[in-house]
Design a protein around this ligand. Structure first.
Ligand code: ATR
Length: 275
């Protein structure tokens, strides 16, 4: 009998850590599966996905630049995928419908709360950025019922768009949009969801947003300290985390959806941290 087949699809894809993460999960849980990386041509994501499932593939993770296309392609979307506007997980449901989920927000929240012991309920949050990565995680963050969530972005209208989109699910959380120059007071938690560091930039927020107990979370990760986290450390922050845990936790949630088993993420995060 062949092993069940899974893969991550992106372009480029050679850097992806997902095959390693899922192989570690499979070994740990005793699941018989094979997980590969597929580089889809920029202009034929749909053909790549269809071909994979026609060959009997069981599930896909989707990464840059195809998450929005995966969302569009699906027959069904979970509520969190619907809100995220993007999908990182695809599978066929029991009736054969291509189903889209998004586990990024759950991954971020689990990493913050379970791995780092940071509660979000009642807290004042500052989220930097208003692109796809931020939209993908706002639903699960708001579900934790922070007291207030400020979305700051270079392009104000994008932050405002996210505020109007998420207003209906914000409950008692006070949601607001602003430019980077506006926030001045210290926040409980600051999440960097911009891609500024890819250009060697920092979102130009005032250092006064960082207080003595502020938790800093960069959704990016790197084996060295990220540019944003180094800036935060230089401003005196002491509780500073990067997105490696989020990467492993979003994978664990996909694995749970596909296999019905919840892997132990801590040894996997540790292995990846050590290179
Ligand atoms: P992603 O999928 O990574 O979210 P995206 O949708 O292109 O990619 O969004 C990138 C985010 O990083 C946006 O919030 C973007 O700001 P704009 O909406 O103003 O474009 C932000 N960003 C990218 N480069 C930046 C920079 N050099 N300085 C500040 N913000 C930047």
């Amino acid at each position: 009998m062949h092993n069940d087949l899974y893969a991550v699809v992106g372009n480029p894809i050679s850097h992806s850590k997902s095959p390693r993460i899922h192989s570690l999960f499979a070994r740990q849980t005793g699941e018989q599966l094979e997980y590969t990386a597929i580089q889809a041509p920029e202009d034929d994501f749909e053909g790549t996905v269809k071909g994979f499932f026609e060959r009997g593939g069981k599930g896909l993770n989707i990464t840059v630049p195809f998450k929005e296309q995966a969302w569009q392609l699906a027959d069904l979307r979970t509520q969190r995928a619907e809100r995220a506007g993007a999908a990182n997980t695809l599978y066929k449901d029991s009736k054969g419908s291509l189903t889209a989920d998004n586990t990024d927000g759950k991954g971020l929240v689990t990493d913050l709360m379970v791995n780092h012991g940071v509660r979000l309920a009642g807290k004042r949050l500052l989220v930097l950025g208003a692109g796809g990565a931020v939209r993908g995680v706002l639903g699960p963050i708001l579900a934790e019922e922070p007291a207030a969530l400020t979305i700051a972005n270079r392009t104000l209208v994008k932050a405002e768009g996210l505020v109007s989109f998420f207003e209906s699910v914000a409950g008692d959380t006070h949601l607001e949009a602003c430019g980077f120059e506006q926030p001045a007071d210290a926040f409980d938690v600051i999440i960097n969801g911009t891609s500024a560091s890819l250009q060697g930039d920092l979102p130009p927020v005032s250092a006064t947003v960082i207080g003595a107990d502020t938790v800093i979370y960069d959704m990016m990760y790197s084996l060295q300290t990220t540019t944003f986290n180094q800036w935060a450390l230089d401003q005196g922050a002491t509780r500073v985390f990067d997105g490696l845990g989020m990467l492993v936790e979003q994978a664990a949630e996909s694995f749970r959806i596909w296999r019905g088993k919840t892997p132990d993420t801590r040894p996997v995060i540790e292995k990846l941290r050590n290179g």
